[in-house]
Design a protein around this ligand. Structure first.
Ligand SMILES: CC[C@H](C(=O)O)C(=O)SCCNC(=O)CCNC(=O)[C@H](O)C(C)(C)COP(=O)(O)OP(=O)(O)OC[C@H]1O[C@@H](n2cnc3c(N)ncnc32)[C@H](O)[C@@H]1OP(=O)(O)O
Length: 297
């Protein structure tokens, strides 16, 4: 009995771990091995605050290094994403940096120590897996960009559904200046957000994207103007609340159908949409709406 229970648990754990992942052992990726390596570069933290309203705030927290990602923060992020995957009440997520700036990319001290090709590939696969799972969370996500989002920080913004920028903030894919290209999935996602022409310009020119340019090319949804109307976080929460109003199963279903439409070939997306539809059809929110004879004026 114990064996059955524990092997079932293991299967569930493996399914959960592999859900949404791009790389697994089939690709020569051993998560535990790279986790151990990354843990050798400590500093900072990734904080997750979940609220009863169904909104969560994820904070990249290493202010003394402009919120650069240390190795242990990469591991932290993966753990926080796992937590969010298991959060049944989740509807919305805001990703922000601590102390008024978003994230200055990888911690250059860790990057220097991991600069051999093998470690670089492992770190790249680890972060691609994590950021892909972040984007695929069944909740609507927003990157709140204050100050700078550089390198890996710019890539992180593309792993959210929307980007909101504070006045004076900058998103910059500085990779070319580092003799690199994005490796955390940022290029593939950027092409889908702004199109290949704009992506080529942003990466090829390592362009400093200010809020005005970001709005123009569709990288940002809104500039969070408005002195005296709360903190940038409160303004981002207000912006997001329009889209997260309603019961969690319905909001999660909305995200799932959009995600499948975005990522899957049409026939597969249609079948997924049918399955997701089946989870809300005749559900409590649907029955309540039918009973109330609501008009949509
Ligand atoms: C490119 C690919 C790669 C990936 O995708 O994995 C990366 O992301 S590599 C990292 C790319 N980012 C950078 O190269 C940023 C380098 N830093 C800067 O350009 C500046 O520090 C800046 C613009 C973020 C802030 O400049 P400012 O003058 O306002 O402050 P300081 O330079 O004095 O920075 C304060 C303090 O933070 C340390 N810092 C900043 N960024 C990093 C980082 N990415 N890694 C490690 N440390 C970082 C900086 O060294 C200062 O530390 P201090 O001990 O006070 O000298």
């Amino acid at each position: 009995m114990y064996h059955i229970a524990s092997s079932t648990h293991l299967i569930m754990l493996l399914q959960r771990q592999s859900r949404g992942c791009v790389y697994s052992s089939v690709h020569g990726f051993q998560q535990e091995e790279i986790r151990e390596k990354l843990q050798a570069f400590p500093g900072g933290s990734i904080e997750l605050l979940t609220q009863e309203s169904g909104l969560a705030v994820l904070t990249i927290n290493y202010p003394s290094r402009m919120n650069a990602f240390s190795g242990s923060m990469m591991v932290d992020l993966e753990e926080r994403v796992s937590q969010l995957e298991g959060w049944t009440d989740g509807k919305g997520l805001i990703v922000q940096g601590a102390s008024g700036t978003f994230c200055s990319g990888s911690d250059l001290n860790a990057v220097r120590a991991l600069s051999n090709p093998q470690d670089g590939m492992k770190m790249c696969m680890f972060m691609q897996n994590t950021l892909t799972r972040l984007l695929r969370l069944p909740m609507i996500s927003v990157a709140l960009v204050e100050g700078r989002a550089l390198g890996g920080g710019a890539e992180l913004t593309t792993a959210c559904d929307f980007r909101l920028m504070a006045p004076g903030s900058v998103i910059q894919f500085v990779h070319k200046h580092m003799g690199l290209v994005p490796g955390w999935g940022g290029a593939a996602r950027l092409v889908r957000i702004v199109g290949s022409q704009n992506a080529l310009k942003l990466l090829g020119g390592a362009v400093k994207v200010d809020p005005e340019l970001a709005l123009q090319i569709g990288l940002a949804e809104e500039v969070l103007q408005g002195e005296g109307t709360g903190t940038p976080l409160q303004r981002a929460e207000n912006w997001l609340s329009v889209y997260t109003k309603g019961p969690a199963p319905v909001i999660q279903a909305v995200k799932k159908v959009v995600l499948s439409g975005r990522e899957l070939p049409l026939s597969e997306a249609l079948r997924t949409e049918k399955d997701v539809f089946g989870t809300v059809w005749g559900g409590p929110a649907n029955m309540q709406a039918l009973a109330s004879k609501s008009k949509h004026r």
